[in-house]
Design a protein around this ligand. Structure first.
Ligand SMILES: *Cc1c(COP(=O)(O)O)cnc(C)c1O
Length: 518
């Protein structure tokens, strides 16, 4: 460096305050080089892994992985990020399940979009907490914009509001909490006779038999009785039968039970089917019952240019669950609860002197904790924000439409294959089917053959598929959320299933015949 032409020796800022020891790892102005290097190294590992993955899974069993992880001495740190990443290769990266791989077809996990990863990297580094304005500032306003945007897509009016949550389970829990409080207020209002009379045991929630289990779990957490959730049957199309709902609503009325909410599912987890929302909304309106639409899976339709109509009627809900970490290609976690009337969020409001005293609400300081059942809360909204700002809603919708189209093509493929039996046509991106052994003694091995095929596939790592039970029988399930999964990939996995299941039956069917003879 020169000063007026004379060379001078100026120590750099880093040299003056070179952090040492544990301080090297604190994220601050003095550790920027360390931060850049550590993150770049981590990104490089993941990129190399993802680029090289030839299978979605190594097929490792817990018994092989447990000793590796148990052997790590947590009292003796490696100090060096590169060494820790080397170790991580062995205990995690090598054997992780990669949703990015085209032959991962199991659960509702999506490959993630790069704009969201960028958002994730920013939000964890800045580490805003969205409980209060004074811990987030712009973060709070960004989350609010996204809630308004999503509510607009749902078709809610200006009274709408909501909050980001950790997932569909939490969104459903909060929706039912709000519904319970509304029902309680209704049940105890007015008449002195009912004052002080706890209506909790009389409260009921109605969902279809294909609804998500978090509804049952929520009922338990909300202090409802063991019989509180009434499940109504679905038709052969695996959608709630409105007539069955009408019958249950009427029965509850007769028996003086108070239906605090009807939960309609827009995208059942098992079948990808959407309950008939307009008919259900009519019945709820007539009965004066809260309608919650669980669109954890189907929310991707909100940005589809060709299939948005499948959600028609959702705008009549009182509350809606959306999981951006399913059909919006966002990293876990990213979900939201939306309500048609923002005033109901008051049931989640408590004022703590240290955090969000009532006077702050009077001053209209936007504290999201007033609407949430969490306190410290991630700025997950930033991932969706970056995604919308870089790709736009149509970009997301295009990806989701692609997997729905691919599923329809895969349905045709399976329907034309006599070795398989399919349950129902999905409106979204699931396929529930099973290998059906040829007529004869092998037929009765169908359940075990399908269970075996799933396990054998996972153990080989060649593909990961899911399983479920339908009417008491074991089925296999594909959930397609990867636009990179081609019809060839699907055909390949179908062949592997037929091979594994077929071999299972061939090895055992002769024994079955002997067993019968003896
Ligand atoms: C996945 C799912 C949920 C639960 O959501 P999480 O984000 O896993 O908590 C709830 N409802 C439906 C219909 C789902 O598919």
């Amino acid at each position: 460096m020169t000063f007026w032409g004379h060379p001078v020796d100026v120590p750099s800022a880093a040299a003056v305050s070179e952090p040492a020891g544990a301080r090297l790892h604190l994220f601050n102005h003095a550790t920027m080089d360390h931060y850049r290097q550590a993150l770049a190294a981590g990104i490089d590992r993941v990129a190399t892994r993802i680029a090289a993955a030839d299978r979605p899974f190594s097929g490792i069993s817990p018994s092989l992985l447990v000793p590796e992880i148990s052997a790590i001495d947590l009292e003796h740190p490696l100090r060096d990020p590169a060494a820790a990443l080397d170790e991580l290769e062995d205990v995690y990266l090598r054997d992780a399940v990669y949703f990015h791989h085209p032959r991962y077809l199991a659960h509702l996990n999506c490959p993630v979009v790069i704009p969201a990863l960028l958002g994730e990297a920013v939000l964890t580094a800045v580490n805003s907490s969205l409980d209060t304005w004074d811990q987030s500032a712009g973060g709070t306003l960004i989350e609010r914009r996204l809630i308004d945007w999503t509510a607009g897509r749902v078709g809610f009016g200006h009274q709408a509001d909501g909050v980001f949550t950790s997932g569909g389970t939490q969104s459903n829990l909060q929706a039912l909490l709000l519904a319970r409080e509304e029902a309680r207020a209704f049940a105890t209002a007015g008449s002195a006779a009912s004052a002080g009379h706890e209506p909790l045991p009389r409260l009921r929630v109605i969902a279809s038999e294909a609804g998500h289990f978090s509804v049952q779990k929520s009922a338990k957490l909300l202090g409802l009785g063991p019989d509180a959730v009434i499940t109504v049957e679905t038709g052969p199309d695996r959608r709630m039968r409105p007539a069955a709902l009408a019958r249950e609503l009427e029965r509850c009325r007769r028996e003086n039970l108070l239906v605090m909410a009807v939960v309609a599912t827009a995208g059942t987890t098992d079948f990808g089917t959407i309950d008939p929302l307009p008919e259900i909304a009519d019945l709820c309106a007539r009965a004066g019952t809260w309608l919650h639409v669980d669109a954890a899976y189907g929310c991707g339709l909100l940005v589809s240019r060709t299939r948005r109509h499948l959600l028609d009627g959702i705008e009549r809900a009182d509350s809606v669950t959306v999981d951006f970490h399913k059909s919006f290609f966002q990293p876990v976690s990213s979900s939201a609860l939306l309500v048609r009337d923002g005033a109901v969020l008051r049931h989640a409001t408590y004022h703590a002197d240290y955090l969000n005293p009532a006077r702050m609400a009077e001053q209209r300081i936007p504290n999201q904790v007033d609407k949430s059942i969490q306190t410290t809360r991630r700025f997950d909204a930033l991932k969706l924000w970056m995604t919308l700002r870089i790709m736009g809603p149509d970009g997301i919708g295009e990806l989701f439409d692609e997997v729905v189209d691919r599923t329809a093509a895969a349905w045709d493929l399976l329907a034309a294959d006599a070795r398989f039996e399919i349950v129902t046509k999905s409106q979204l991106s699931t396929l529930v089917f099973r290998y059906l052994p040829p007529e004869g003694p092998g037929r009765k091995l169908a359940d075990d053959a399908n269970l075996y095929a799933r396990e054998a596939l996972a153990a080989s790592g060649a593909a990961v598929v899911a399983g479920t039970k339908v009417d008491g029988r074991h089925y296999l399930k594909f959930t397609l959320l990867n636009p990179e999964t081609t019809l060839d990939d699907i055909a390949h996995v179908v062949e592997l299933i037929a091979e594994h299941a077929g071999r299972y039956v061939n090895d055992r069917a002769p024994l079955e015949t002997c067993g019968q003879a003896g």
